[in-house]
Design a protein around this ligand. Sequence first.
Ligand code: URA
Length: 480
Amino acid sequence: MPTATLAHETDFEGWRKAARAFRLAGVEPADARFGVAGAAGTGSLFDDPPARTGSAMETQFTVPKAFVDVAQEVILHRSADRFDLMYRLLWRLKDEPDLMKVVSDRDVADAMERAKNVSRASHKMKAFVRFRAVQDEAGETFVAWFEPAHRVLEKTAGFFVRRFTTMRWSILTPDGSCFWDGEALTFGPAARAEDAPQDDEIEEFWKTYYASTFNPARLKVQTMQGEMPKRYWKNLPEAALIPELVAASRARTEVMVASQPSEPNARLAKAIARSVRDGSWEEGFVAADLEELRHGVQACRRCPLYRDATQGVCGEGPRAAKLMIVGEQPGDQEDLAGQPFVGPAGQVLDAALEEAGIDRAEVYVTNAVKHFKHEPRGKRRLHKTPTTSEVSACRWWLDQERRLVKPKVVLALGGTASLAVLNRKVAVTQERGEPLPLSDGSTAMITVHPSYLLRLPDEEARVRERAAFVRDLKRVRDRL
Ligand code: URA
């Protein structure tokens, strides 16, 4: 029986070579065998090389890119029969060159589904890896233990390099490990949970952070388990809190309603005062980089909104992001945290981005207006829509963010953001989802604001509008 032995579980080049040789030799899918070398490796690809059969007519062939793209994901799937599925597709492409477009075909649908599972596993890894701090001879380093649903370590490692470039870190998994020393990424052997540190102060940080951002008023246990499947809980320090938080959610909702917003902290107030004295918000100030821009925003006195806000909330994300998302203004939680879209609207946005296949870590997220406009109502701070003149005053910052980041696409969420980006009033529902050219050569796209989805009164409208929102995000993704 023609047999190929691949060097390791995700050896795409080995599989490609073997499958090519099988197909040229006319080996039917039912007769082809693919195996994986043991830990020690057996060296050669073919123990039993395929002999050309009389019916083998091909001397060379090409396959559509769509097949290669899907196969590269499918090979990361944990199923044992993935090599056979990939070879069956390769074989069938001989007589059905458009096969990959037939999404109703069993093999194609199966491959697409496995590729989707792999992509989801990669997203979950980005969301659920938790590093613990360890001291070694070179100082502080960070180690995480993670058990991905599929073999996505190599596929996902680049994300951590981009996100934690200045740290030294290791991610250990049962499939392999990877190490970043601040300059180079290297891969090593499989690890065991005991190889990673068990707890540290970062764990406490996660617990505190999770408990303080957990919003009992919006608790939906099923949705939460959908986003954060139970299989990942055992390595998530914050997961230990979930049963308790869920049980206490009603009482906490009452406390939340009755509680006061936090006071701005004294250190922050001092830093702002310093930037105000520097004048780094005045006309003519051109920020050299995002750090300078951040200080400028803190010091901004271009309109009166700074007076009632805790702090200016600048945009956040990679310096050269291809996509910039613009919201309206920070909400109550963003104002306290100093980061855009970390409250309930941010959670809606994050989930929709993930569903649309957009990685938030690769997006620069900001707002049209950088200070929280609100009015006190009892003990709560109620959002107020900024006026056109407040939006105009703050466009100065948004334009500087666009100049520095140079996104290819600017996505405006809702009317205020659209006004800031396009400099005209926009009927969001009429112009949503369409590319609108901007004078700097980039493209604007507009859609609704995630808060709009949160405000919809009935479940059916919420489901419908959310699907339309995700559709708009997918259009954005397709333009990137
Ligand atoms: N709404 C926004 O428009 N921006 C935020 O950052 C949060 C809520």
